[in-house]
Design a protein around this ligand. Structure first.
Ligand code: CA
Ligand code: CA
Length: 409
């Protein structure tokens, strides 16, 4: 009886961080309640379908006590610290295996986190953080603007940021509470990449994804080392196109909630959250010059969306993997290509999951061919993955409020 109560509770409080289907959550997901320390079960092999170097994966809880953690990252400063982004507006530090009592930064006074997908969503440290102390956050403002702001620490190595140092780079008006993007990451080119959702509602009613004149439904690329508050890289694909926003790097995205760079190759992997039917993974090779159109809202995954059949697919970049909501999924959470040292058979695999089904997949790319394998299941919905300085991977269990390292069992 107790078990059933626990499961029902988990379903009733089930919330999607980056929704598919306009906030309708598929509550048929497999959720193990009270699983804060449960292990994921996953098996990977070095080559698709191969047995060489097979390893079983597990989760090791690093720290708990977080409120709806959406992301985790490192500062690249040799400190070994992990920085955990919490949806209500706090960044906490895990140092020497312990969550510090005092937050690194508390933005609850400016963050609006009432909607499922609103809150403090992203964090990226400047590549020169160890010298300049600069870092960037993405959040939903109290007035719902999709906001990107810069902060800094006053002294190198400080565990507390200067809360008064905030400078706004973007405050993009947004009519709907969903599809707010929210990922930030520096590319190997030193530019800051930003994901923006299509604004929300359902079906992209304003056509933002295909409109190069708006920042919504895009990946942006900016130079935070020139201009005020930022500069435009001269090689941005639409920098000189009349009517297009010069910040746009790629477009046709619905809600690119999480994207990442492969730290070894510089390739970009995007988990773009689908509408009611299909979730997708998009890929851009490091050598690509930008300007890709990933298809939304002409297509949802590999399928015509508007119009529902016979859509014009000329020039659209198709996903390298899609899965249907029929399999229990509702919202893809993109992860990282594993480049750590601890789990050799996992190297080169891009890991991602679905918030509802909690299935874990691994995609490998070899010579332009992508092979995706379902490798296991996580204890519950995951809003964000993250990397430490050594390239080991972490996942944030949303409801359990824990940060967990992926390990070989
Ligand atoms: Ca929105
Ligand atoms: Ca697409």
């Amino acid at each position: 009886m107790k078990r059933w109560i626990a499961i029902l509770f988990a379903l009733s409080t089930f919330a999607v961080a980056a929704c598919g289907g306009d906030g309708d959550t598929d509550a048929t997901a497999t959720v193990q309640a009270g699983s804060a320390t449960a292990l994921a079960s996953a098996t990977v092999s070095q080559t698709p379908g191969g047995t060489n170097g097979v390893v079983s994966l597990g989760l090791e809880q690093v720290a708990g006590g977080f409120t709806r953690p959406t992301f985790v990252t490192n500062a690249g400063d040799g400190s070994g610290r992990l920085f955990v982004v919490e949806k209500p507006g706090v960044i906490s530090i895990i140092k020497n295996g312990k969550k510090l009592d005092k937050p690194f930064l508390d933005l609850t006074s400016v963050v609006g986190s009432s909607g499922n997908e609103q809150g403090l969503l992203g964090l990226a440290f400047h590549p020169g953080f160890s010298q300049n102390g600069r870092f960037f956050v993405a959040y939903t403002a109290k007035n719902a603007d999709n906001t990107v702001a810069e902060y800094h620490v006053k002294t190198t190595g400080s565990d507390v940021a200067d809360a008064g140092s905030g400078k706004t780079l973007f405050a993009v008006p947004d009519k709907y509470p969903n599809h707010n993007g929210g990922m930030l990451a520096f590319g190997p080119d030193g530019y800051l990449y930003i994901s923006m959702g299509d604004g929300g509602s359902g079906g992209d009613p304003d056509g933002n994804g295909q409109n190069l004149g708006t920042l919504l439904g895009k990946m942006l690329r900016i130079d935070v080392d020139s201009g005020d508050p930022y500069g435009i890289p001269p090689t941005n694909p639409f920098a000189k196109i009349a009517g297009a926003r010069s910040e746009v790097w790629s477009y046709g995205l619905r809600n690119p909630w999480r994207f990442s760079f492969d730290r070894q190759t510089g390739d970009i992997w995007i988990g773009d959250v689908g509408q009611n039917k299909y979730e997708e993974i998009d890929f851009q090779a490091a050598a690509d010059k930008g300007g890709a159109n990933y298809g939304w809202n002409i297509m949802e995954g590999l399928h015509c969306f508007q119009p529902p059949s016979g859509c014009n697919q000329d020039g659209l970049v198709k996903p390298v993997f899609e899965y249907s909501h029929d399999s229990g999924g509702c919202s893809v959470t993109g992860g990282y290509v594993y480049r750590g040292a601890a789990i050799p058979p996992l190297r080169g695999a891009y890991l991602f999951t679905d918030y509802c089904s909690a299935k874990l997949w691994a995609t490998r790319q070899e010579g332009g061919t992508f092979t995706t394998t379902e490798i296991g299941e996580l204890p519950e919905g995951v809003s964000g993955f993250g990397e430490d300085e050594a390239g080991e991977l972490y996942i944030a269990l949303d409801q359990a409020g824990t940060m967990n390292r992926i390990i070989a069992k």
